[in-house]
Design a protein around this ligand. Structure first.
Ligand SMILES: [Zn+2]
Ligand SMILES: [Zn+2]
Length: 368
């Protein structure tokens, strides 16, 4: 339910975490900013920790502030948040104070060719706030604090009845949705293999099943994660420690292989596995970063007329479609939410996420 307008009292100062040297976060205060035209102030109610946050805090990239690394720049990381609209910028009537919203990360510049195509996660003015680009938690202040400024084009209404914690997972499902969209979208009755049972892979299973794919096959190394994939709707799971994944996928598909592969693992062998499990004329989407260059049999792409896509994040409003599926309870994203901590325990929350303490998958920080 939207909170009554009077219930949102905005202080002048807010508590937030700021990145100092690599790996060093400090809980401090910053002024609460006024939203500009086409912007709102969001009171952050909850934020999920993403593997990319751990990268940013430890190594800086892919965050960039003022054209350089984000260390000692009074920068607040965190990008998978949801909250309540607390103030409207001039001219904003798309939302009202009290609306519950979850966010997309990327507000493109709106003026480059890629933004005009809906590819705002690949904006040509990435990291240039003076051109209107924002990516909260990467190039502008993010959500490990009490308030954030968001462009209205990054806001997604939280469906009725959805909890704060579940709403933080919408952008993760949106990333999986963008991958399936990029490959052609209509997957009803077609076969999908999802490689890697991390948050995007697990919700990728949920999205693919919600879109009617059959069978959906999930591969991974840990049985506990694969078990979650079954609960999210996977028809088959393959533990790659025990079975050769491409062989196992072919066995499950009468020797033909799958129509689509959504690669979410970043494992060194993943692209090669994908090339050997996709069928003739099939499509592969790479959604995970490979930490190193990989070796793969690219001749397969030619011989079998395979198409390989790459996606960054959650473009083409895929997050809205993911929110719609979640709002209709077509899959239960909360299966991947394992732990919750308050804002002042962010370092513990990050440690749970990084070290997978108690089999942590999605760790959520509850702020209001
Ligand atoms: Zn993320
Ligand atoms: Zn742009």
């Amino acid at each position: 339910m939207p909170a009554p307008t009077s219930a949102i009292t905005v202080p002048n100062q807010m508590r937030c975490w700021v990145l100092g040297d690599p790996g060093q976060l400090t809980l401090t205060e910053k002024p609460v900013l006024q939203p500009g035209p086409a912007e709102v102030l969001v009171r952050i109610d909850a934020i999920a920790i993403c593997a990319t946050d751990l990268e940013v805090i430890a190594h800086g990239a892919p965050a960039t502030i003022g054209g350089g690394l984000p260390f000692n720049k009074n920068f607040t990381p965190g990008h998978e948040y949801m909250g309540t609209v607390a103030r409207l910028g001039p001219g904003v009537d798309e939302f009202a104070v009290g609306d519950r919203v979850t966010v997309e990360i990327h507000a493109g510049c709106g003026r480059c060719p890629r933004c005009r195509q809906g590819m705002y996660t690949s904006c040509w003015n990435y990291g240039k706030p003076e051109k209107g680009h924002r990516a909260n938690g990467f190039t502008t202040d993010g959500g490990f604090g009490q308030y954030a400024i968001n462009h209205v084009n990054t806001l997604v209404r939280v469906p009725e009845g959805m909890s704060d914690a579940e709403a933080t997972l919408v952008v993760t499902a949106g990333t999986a949705m963008y991958g399936l969209d990029s490959m052609g979208g209509l997957v009803a009755g077609e076969s999908v293999a999802v490689l890697g049972p991390g948050p995007i892979g697990l919700l990728g299973v949920g999205v693919a099943k919600a879109l009617g794919a059959q069978p959906v096959i999930l591969t991974g190394t840990r049985d506990a994660r694969l078990e979650k994939g079954l609960r999210l709707g996977a028809d088959h799971v393959i533990n790659v420690q025990r079975e050769q994944p491409a062989e196992a996928v072919r066995k499950l598909t009468q020797g033909r292989g799958v129509d689509f592969v959504l690669e979410c693992s970043g494992a060194p062998s993943a692209l090669n596995d994908a090339l050997w499990m996709v069928n003739r004329g099939g499509r592969i989407c790479l959604a995970a970063l490979f930490p190193e260059p990989v070796h793969a049999d690219l001749g397969r792409i030619v011989v079998d007329n395979i198409t390989v896509f790459g996606i960054r994040g959650e473009g083409r409003s895929a997050t809205h479609r993911a929110a719609a599926l979640m709002g209709q309870k077509r899959f239960d994203a909360t299966i991947i939410h394992t732990h919750t901590f308050p804002l002042d325990q962010l370092p513990t929350a990050l440690r749970y996420a990084r070290d997978r303490v108690e089999d942590a998958i999605k760790v959520v920080v509850k702020i209001h």
